[in-house]
Design a protein around this ligand. Structure first.
Ligand code: SAH
Ligand code: SF4
Length: 347
C-alpha cells in the first residue's frame, strides 16, 4: 500500500488497525508532509520500535522518478518529466508569475476528451493517476522550491488529463494537500480546470468543495465548441451553463472560463459578443490563452490585436478578462503541450 494514497483519517485508521495510537499516525504524517522526507525517518525516537517493521513490510512510499528537468530560457518555467511505477510518464510544471509560484499538475496519463488542439488529447487516454501519483507531483515541486528557499502556494490542475474524469483521486489528493497538519495549502489557491465535465461540476456543487473552478469553453455555440471539443456533444452548452450557474450560486463564487484563442476559428468580435451573452448570468472571469503549437494541430494562435479586441468586447458585458502571457513554449511546457514521452529524455 502506498501511504501517499491515504488521507490523514485513513492513515490513522491503518495505524490503529495495527494496534498503535493515532498520535503515531500524526508523526508519520509529519515526516511526509511537513518535513517532506522521501521516506519514513526510521531513526525517529518518537515512533514505537515495533511500528517500524510493520511500516517496512506493509507500506510503501512510492514517488515518481525524475527523468528530466527542463528550464525555459526566460527562467519562469520549469518542466519535470516524471516516471511512474509502471513506466508511464507524466509532466508537472512549475511556473513563476509575478513572484507567485504555481505547480501545474497532471491528473491522468493522456486524456479521453480529445480536444483537437491539445497534445494530451491527441495522445488519447492511457489511465487515471492515483491519489499518491498526484500528491507526489506536488511534493516534488515543493522540495525543488524549498531547496531554493521558496514555498509552493498555488496549484492548478491544468497539466495532463481531465481532473473531473478522475474525481475521487483528485479530491482525496486535494484533501491531503490542504490538511492543516501537513502542507496546509489554501483550497481557494487550488484551481481545478475542467473541459466541462457536467457531472463533476454538479458533484463539486453538492459537496461544496472549497476550491477554485476553471471551465474551458473555447466556443460559445454548440457548433463552434463541438468542432474543437468533442466532449461538447455529450454535455451541450445549455447543460454546462446550468451546472456552472448552480455552482456559482451555491458556493457564492465566480468561475474562471478558459478560452484558447485560435486565429480565425474563435477570435472574432462576434464570438466575443456570444461569450458575453452566454456568461451574463454567471460571475465570471475569462482567461484568453493564445494557442500553443502542438504536432497534431495546424491552427495558429490568435494575434495580439484580436485578443485585445476580444477583451474590449467582454468589458462591455462587465466581464473581466486576462490575456495569458505565453510561457514555457521553448520547453513545451505551455498549456496543452504536455504529453507522454515513451523514451528517456535527456535534459
Ligand atoms: N483538461 C482540463 C485541464 C487541462 S488542459 C481542461 O481542459 O480544462 C489546461 C488548459 O489548457 C485548458 O484550458 C485547455 O483548453 C488549454 N489548452 C489545451 N491545449 C492548448 C493549446 N495547444 N494551446 C493553448 N491552450 C491549450
Ligand atoms: Fe483533455 Fe483538457 Fe487537453 Fe481537452 S484540453 S484533451 S480536456 S487535457
Amino acid at each position: 500500500m502506498n501511504l501517499y494514497d491515504l488521507n490523514r483519517k485513513h492513515l490513522t485508521q491503518l495505524v490503529e488497525s495495527w494496534g498503535f495510537r493515532p498520535i503515531h499516525a500524526d508523526r508519520i504524517w509529519k515526516h511526509l508532509y511537513s518535513r517532506l522526507l522521501p521516506s519514513i525517518d526510521y531513526t525517529d525516537k518518537h515512533l514505537p520500535k515495533d511500528l517500524l517493521p510493520k511500516l517496512q513490510s506493509e507500506a510503501s512510499l512510492f514517488s515518481p522518478l525524475l527523468e528530466a528537468d527542463a528550464k525555459s530560457c526566460d527562467g519562469f518555467t520549469r518542466k519535470f518529466l516524471l516516471r511512474l511505477e509502471d513506466g508511464e510518464t507524466i509532466e508537472t510544471v512549475l511556473m513563476r508569475y509575478s513572484g507567485r509560484m504555481t505547480a501545474c499538475v497532471s491528473s491522468q496519463v493522456g486524456c479521453a476528451m480529445g480536444c483537437i488542439f491539445c497534445a494530451t488529447g491527441q495522445m488519447g487516454f492511457t489511465r487515471h493517476l492515483s491519489t499518491g501519483e498526484i500528491v507526489t507531483q506536488v511534493l516534488h515541486v515543493d522540495r525543488a522550491l524549498r531547496d531554493q528557499g521558496e514555498k509552493l502556494r498555488n496549484i492548478v490542475f491544468m497539466g495532463m488529463g481531465e481532473p473531473l474524469h478522475n474525481y475521487d483521486s483528485v479530491m482525496t489528493a486535494i484533501d491531503i494537500l490542504c490538511d492543516q497538519k501537513g502542507l496546509s495549502l489554501a483550497g481557494k489557491r487550488i484551481s481545478v480546470s475542467t473541459v466541462g465535465h457536467v457531472p463533476g461540476i454538479r458533484r463539486l456543487t453538492k459537496e461544496k468543495r472549497n476550491i477554485s473552478l476553471a471551465v474551458s469553453l473555447h466556443g460559445a455555440t454548440d457548433e463552434d465548441r463541438n468542432a474543437l471539443v468533442p466532449l461538447g456533444r455529450r454535455w451541450p452548452l445549455a447543460e454546462l451553463m446550468d451546472a456552472c450557474r448552480q455552482y456559482a450560486e451555491t458556493l457564492d463564487r465566480h468561475i474562471f472560463f478558459e478560452w484558447t484563442l485560435i486565429d480565425k476559428k474563435n477570435d472574432s468580435p462576434e464570438q466575443a459578443h456570444a461569450v458575453g451573452k452566454l456568461l451574463q448570468k454567471i460571475p465570471s472571469h475569462v482567461n484568453l490563452i493564445p494557442l500553443n503549437p502542438t504536432q497534431g494541430y495546424e491552427g495558429k494562435p490568435g494575434n495580439n490585436a484580436a485578443a485585445h479586441a476580444f477583451q474590449a468586447v467582454l468589458a462591455k458585458y462587465q466581464i473581466p478578462c486576462t490575456i495569458r502571457q505565453r510561457r514555457g513554449i521553448d520547453v513545451a511546457a505551455g498549456c496543452g503541450q504536455l504529453k507522454e514521452l515513451k523514451q528517456k529524455v535527456v535534459s
